[in-house]
Design a protein around this ligand. Sequence first.
Ligand SMILES: Nc1nc2c([nH]c(=O)n2[C@H]2C[C@H](O)[C@@H](COP(=O)(O)OP(=O)(O)OP(=O)(O)O)O2)c(=O)[nH]1
Ligand SMILES: [Mg+2]
Length: 157
Amino acid sequence: MGSSSAAAPASSKSCPPRPIDLSGRLPIIQVVAGALIDADGRVLIAQRPEGKAMAGLWEFPGGKIEGGEIPEAALARELYEELGIDVCPSCMLPFSFSSHSYADFHLLMPLFLIRNWDGQPRPLVAQDLKWVRPQRLGDYPMPAADLPLVAMLQDHL
Ligand SMILES: Nc1nc2c([nH]c(=O)n2[C@H]2C[C@H](O)[C@@H](COP(=O)(O)OP(=O)(O)OP(=O)(O)O)O2)c(=O)[nH]1
Ligand SMILES: [Mg+2]
């Protein structure tokens, strides 16, 4: 072949910083979350209640996967517990995931897009619920793990 060579692979120096703890000492917490999208293209966010970790921040509804659950089953359970809605697994579209090291645990959280559900979401455990245009999600403080997901939603929706 000729002397021209393919472009060198990008070095790690070009990767934006991401909070990842490679020490292997953090417990992995598996959470699943859903971005409900209404007919106007707005996304539902819920404010974490007082007394819970990250109280006051806005999040995608969802919660921890319990032993033996697949993510879709855990999400259906969480959305019923937190919002009082029924969502069937086939209406959960895998979108992206967060892999983020907090100080005391590593969060692994798939995010599903949901456009169809039964019932009217109610704040059964959150302080408040808001339907927000994707471009306005940045107006609401969210957990650090969610920020890349918000950027991806803003690009996609
Ligand atoms: N549901 C949800 N949790 C998130 C998001 N971003 C993020 O960092 N988290 C973190 C916060 C918590 O540490 C963890 C979820 O735990 P949780 O307290 O909501 O779990 P849960 O609903 O099962 O509630 P609990 O029964 O443990 O009280 O994931 C998000 O967008 N949605
Ligand atoms: Mg929850």
